[in-house]
Design a protein around this ligand. Sequence first.
Ligand SMILES: [Ca+2]
Length: 88
Amino acid sequence: MYKFQVVDIIFNDFLLEGGDDCEYDGVAILDDWTLSGIYCGNDTPPYFQSSGELALVMFYSDSSVVSPGFSAAVNFVPGIYKTYHDYV
Ligand SMILES: [Ca+2]
């Protein structure tokens, strides 16, 4: 049995420049190396918990229109127990 931790993210205040495809400013969340979602405007990302030990939060912005931004609480919590065979 192997115990690991997962990444738990709760977004609080969230207000970025909007765009139909978040083409100006945005936050991209990756679960492991897989894109989970891209958010901008007042589209606050939902509660996120990674499926494994890696999560990436990327913020990007362009050179015009500035909005307040966002804050988030990040915690590392125990993941479920798995056997060695789940990893091979
Ligand atoms: Ca901008």
